[in-house]
Every structure is written in structure tokens, then in C-alpha cells.
Design a protein around this ligand. Structure first.
Ligand SMILES: [Zn+2]
Length: 337
């Protein structure tokens, strides 16, 4: 399939044209979080022919994801595939011309610089404010456009943080406290509301890649109640992030992403030191655990009713409990720490 045929309908748009299409194909975009919003955005940008997609997600596919996470299938959930790997497989089948860089990992202040390096745009598909504020810090510090999005219940919001314009902290100097906002776990989420908000975010992303200076606004959308509200982004002269260059999430002085993932359900995530030799750990565990699987990026096994994922980067995921103490006990009993 020739490239011009694949993209004919979008090249025909005066807003894109052949010049815009080439620009998209030369662009590198990081998708941080491949849940509901990330699924829709990754699909849109892959089909649009964005040259390189950097896929960052630390979770595995669960049955309760399939109602809205459009990249995944029943089989992915049954196998407990890592979202980053399942997404890459699906995106490769959709458009093999797009280069995919896959990180089955959590974004945090320690790896943001290397995972996001060279990206022309960051697209938020995360489920927590720590990652969102980390992305805002990075975007402002490195002058990289950042499109954020969030959705819960029947409504959501999306906006573009562009170099020299208002940033997330101009609007909300502090993220809401834990328990202050609804989450998908507590309030539920409407699948089509995700598609609307992620579609909006994907459109903002394409605009920002083609014209990083467009006058950004923040838009809240509730398709169920037919409500759309626009708000202009206004720089706060006292904004610590974009005016005073204070980036505490990026520098690790504020809460790193932790166990509390809004949509993750029955699992605990714990930070840990990087594991240099996963295979050595796997050898030790042989016979003591069930369904042991070792890949270059992670080690997975089951013990009793728990499933454990150890990532080379260091973070650990224990499924089958929401109690951090229980999760630590499971880790202590298997890998010793
Ligand atoms: Zn600001």
C-alpha cells in the first residue's frame, strides 16, 4: 500500500496536505498510559501515520478494561498480557509503517528523561495526577508540547500545554488530594465519553505537531448531557512551574507515581531497585512458584492467589490484593525483599 493512498483522505484536508503529512511521519510522540484514553489516542495517531510512537504503560490487560480500552481483546485479558506489548502488536497490524518503541514500565522522575528524550509531543493517557504533573514539569522544562486528558463518569477534559503558553499548574497549582476526585473505580466511566475526550486530545496532538503555536484552550466535554465548555488558558504570573522554573515532580521532590492507580483495581505497586539480571532471579524461583515467565523487561509468576510482576526497571506489581503490607509479604516470601 503506497503511503499516499493510505493517507489520501487526510492529505486532502487543507489543514494537513502533503507537507503536514510528511511532518506527521517525521514526528515522535510519547503515549504515557495505554488504558482507555491511550488506546483511542494510540489508534488515531497510528492510523494518521505519526512516524514513531513511544508506548509507555506498566499494567496488564484485565477483563474489566475491555468495555472501553479499544486496543485489547478477550484473549489479551485471559492471557494477562502487558498492555504495552498487546498494544504494540495491535498497532503493528494496523499500520506497519509506524515505528513503535515499547516500554512496559511506569513513567517516573528517574526514567522520564530517557524514555521521553527526542519526543516532539507527549500525550497523556495516565490514570493519576502524579504522572500528569510529572509530564507537565517535563514539558515546560524541555519546551515540548503536552496534551493532557482525563475522563471519569460521563465527562472529561482535554487541553494542550504548549511552549510559552499556560501550563497545567497555571490552572491548578496543586493536584487534588487523594480521595478528593472521583476515579473510574469509584464512579465508573462511560466508554463513548472516553472516545470523545481521547478523540479531542488526538486532534489537539495533530494540531500541535503541525503548528505548536496555536492558541490553546482547555475543553471539558460531557457527551451524555450534551455539554461542552471551553476555557482559555491564561498564564498565572505566579506559576511556580512555567514562570519560576520549579519542577518538583521531575526532580523527585514530589510524590513519585505510586501504588494508587485509579483504574487498576485489585493490585499493589511498589517501587524497588532496578534488577540487573532477571534470569538469575528466575533461576532462584524455579520450583517455588507457578507459571514462571521471564522476558528481558519483566519476570512474572504466580504464588497462591497472587500474581507478581517484577520489572527490570525496579517496580513491582502484586495482583490479588489491595493491601500494601500483604503485597510486601508476598515479595518477601518469594524474592526476599
Ligand atoms: Zn504555568
Amino acid at each position: 500500500v503506497s503511503s499516499s493512498e493510505r493517507y489520501a483522505r487526510q492529505i486532502r484536508l487543507p489543514q494537513i496536505g502533503t507537507v503536514g503529512q510528511e511532518r506527521l511521519q517525521q514526528s515522535r510522540v510519547a503515549l504515557v498510559g495505554l488504558g482507555a484514553l491511550g488506546s483511542v489516542s494510540a489508534d488515531a495517531l497510528c492510523r494518521a501515520g505519526v512516524g514513531t510512537l513511544v508506548l509507555i504503560d506498566r499494567d496488564i490487560v484485565e477483563l474489566s478494561n475491555l468495555q472501553r480500552q479499544t486496543l485489547y481483546t478477550q484473549t489479551d485479558a485471559e492471557r494477562g498480557e502487558l498492555k504495552a506489548l498487546a498494544a504494540a502488536e495491535r498497532l503493528r497490524a494496523i499500520n506497519p509503517d509506524v515505528e513503535l518503541v515499547v516500554h512496559p514500565d511506569e513513567l517516573h522522575c528517574g526514567n522520564a528523561a530517557s524514555l521521553l528524550e527526542g519526543c516532539d509531543l507527549l500525550l497523556d493517557g495516565s490514570d493519576n495526577f502524579a504522572v500528569r504533573y510529572l509530564l507537565n514539569d517535563y514539558a515546560v522544562a524541555k519546551q515540548v508540547p503536552f496534551v493532557y486528558a482525563g475522563v471519569v463518569s460521563t465527562y472529561g477534559m482535554s487541553g494542550a500545554i504548549l511552549p510559552g503558553q499556560a501550563c497545567l499548574r497555571c490552572l491548578w497549582p496543586e493536584p487534588p488530594a487523594l480521595g478528593e476526585t472521583e476515579t473510574c473505580s469509584t464512579a465508573g466511566v462511560l466508554g463513548p465519553a472516553v472516545s470523545v475526550v481521547a478523540g479531542w486530545a488526538s486532534s489537539l496532538a495533530m494540531r500541535a505537531l503541525l503548528d505548536p503555536d496555536f492558541g490553546a484552550e482547555f475543553t471539558s466535554i460531557d457527551p451524555w448531557h450534551s455539554r461542552v465548555h471551553h476555557m482559555r488558558g491564561v498564564i498565572d504570573p505566579a506559576c511556580p512551574c512555567c514562570q519560576e522554573q520549579d519542577h518538583p515532580w521531575l526532580e523527585g521532590r514530589r510524590d513519585a507515581p505510586t501504588a494508587e492507580a485509579a483504574c487498576a483495581g485489585n493490585a499493589v505497586r511498589l517501587p524497588g531497585a532496578a534488577i540487573a539480571d532477571l534470569e538469575a532471579v528466575a533461576l532462584q524461583l524455579e520450583g517455588a512458584v507457578e507459571n514462571l515467565q521471564c522476558t528481558p523487561a519483566f519476570l512474572r509468576f504466580e504464588v497462591g492467589e497472587h500474581e507478581v510482576l517484577l520489572f527490570a526497571s525496579g517496580h513491582r506489581l502484586v495482583r490479588g490484593t489491595s493491601d500494601p503490607a500483604r503485597a510486601r509479604t508476598v515479595l518477601a516470601a518469594t524474592i526476599g525483599h
